[in-house]
Design a protein around this ligand. Structure first.
Ligand code: NIG
Ligand code: FE
Length: 407
């Protein structure tokens, strides 16, 4: 199948081909220039029109950008926790909710009670909603199993989800999400070690916080990840400053996620490293968290990334355009910086930036047609700008009011 996205007002391209990620200065050099994109055999064929294309999308007035990569979600999970959100906004702190049986434990109970079909159906619906908002690659995590059997089931559910969604999906073993009730932290880390050895996952993750795991556990998970040959990721500095970033860097982590309470002394070493700073403004805004130092990280040259953190507790958010809107306002980022953070840099976190995340000939044809200029994405806040989605070269979504563009 040959496809042409013809006559766009803006095509987003990197400052040079072959870059694995864009640090602050390079992100600012992203180009948004008029043009067309030709697709053949599932790949980007040329930054040009294809006069003989089987399908043409009239992209007049549109921006064509790389498909978004959501590198931090907690799919699949069961049900929601709207009641907790009301508690939170009316003044009960997250840690208190967690300590009184809510939080992760509540979602673990819901998962244990739900049958596989119900969990997969909910996650599939969410992945579809993400697709309509431009997400063409996503990550799923375990973490609501809270027992060895539960986590094994979570890995299995995530793998089965991958077969049911339009997007490529990577699976992260967040076995160290919460210490199961009645189990010692160290004893659970022994189980985490066993799970990591026996499960087929694409990365390992841990939640370091007063209500969860400690820096020593992060260091240990780093050794486990190195032994298993998978990237280490870590939820750190979300509610408190635990100085987990130096530990993650020492362990060679691929990403540190959240960072609302990043210690100022840890910013420069993080920015110098190849460990990505994954910022999650959905969780920050809805949890009334501190503001991650997004501007300072970008200025210091960090590999800055945005993701939804889609989960039933801290961030029940599916839309990366909404996340871009929050990030631009909250961190003082330009639209180019935000776009780099949901495309090439997010693909880097998942180890996929050689194949997706930017518009370059030869890469997978994961492309979005936005219904206006890229600058409108954050500015027209809360609105979905995605007119059409191309995934692996196929036109998988056209918004009904934009159907006239396709011929
Ligand atoms: O990324 N912080 C830890 N984990 C999730 C929240 C999980 C939950 O509350 O269900 C997060 O925010
Ligand atoms: Fe998370």
């Amino acid at each position: 199948m040959r496809l042409s996205l013809r006559g766009a007002a803006q095509v987003l391209t990197p400052p040079e081909p072959g870059l694995p990620y864009l640090r602050g200065d390079r992100a600012r050099e992203l180009r948004l220039e008029p043009g067309s994109v030709a697709v053949a055999g599932g790949r980007i064929a040329a930054l040009d029109d294809d006069a003989g294309a089987d399908v043409v999308v009239d992209a007049a007035g549109c921006a064509v950008v790389a498909g978004f990569v959501d590198c931090h979600t907690h799919l699949p999970f069961a049900g929601w926790r709207a009641g907790e959100y009301e508690q939170k906004v009316t003044g009960v702190p997250y840690e208190e909710i967690a300590r009184s049986g809510g939080g992760i434990a509540a979602s673990a109970r819901a998962l244990a009670q739900a049958d596989d079909d119900a969990v997969l159906a909910q996650a599939e619906t969410l992945a579809r909603e993400m697709l309509v908002h431009g997400t063409t690659t996503l990550e799923a995590k375990t973490g609501y199993g809270l027992s060895v059997e539960g986590e094994l089931r979570s890995v299995d559910l995530a793998r089965r989800l991958a077969d049911r969604v339009a997007q490529p999906l990577t699976v992260t073993g967040l076995f160290a999400h919460s210490v199961p009730p009645g189990v010692e932290r160290q004893a659970w880390m022994d189980e985490v070690d066993g799970l990591a050895a026996s499960c087929d996952v694409d990365a390992l993750d841990i939640y370091v916080e007063s209500v969860a795991f400690a820096n020593a556990d992060l260091a240990r998970l780093g050794e486990i990840a190195a032994r298993e040959g998978v990237p280490l990721r870590a939820h750190v500095e979300q509610f408190n400053t635990n100085r987990s970033v130096p530990v993650a860097l020492e362990a060679g982590a691929r990403s540190v996620d959240h960072l609302a309470c990043l210690h100022p002394d840890d910013l420069a070493p993080l920015a110098r490293s190849e460990c990505a700073a994954v910022l999650l403004p959905g969780a920050e805004v809805l949890g009334a968290e501190e503001v991650a130092p997004g501007r300072a990280l970008a200025d210091a040259g960090a590999i800055c990334v945005l993701a939804t953190d889609c989960n039933p507790g801290t961030s029940p958010v599916q839309s990366l355009p909404l996340v871009i809107g929050m990030a631009v306002r909250r961190y003082g980022w330009s639209v180019r910086e935000a776009l780099a953070a949901v495309t090439l840099n997010a693909a880097w976190v998942l180890g996929r930036s050689d194949d997706t995340g930017s518009i370059e000939p030869g890469k997978r044809a994961d492309l979005l047609v936005l219904d206006g200029p890229a600058e409108h994405v954050p500015y027209r806040f809360g609105r979905n700008p995605v007119a059409a989605v191309v995934a692996a070269g196929e036109l998988v979504w056209v918004r009904p009011d934009q159907a006239w563009r396709v011929r």
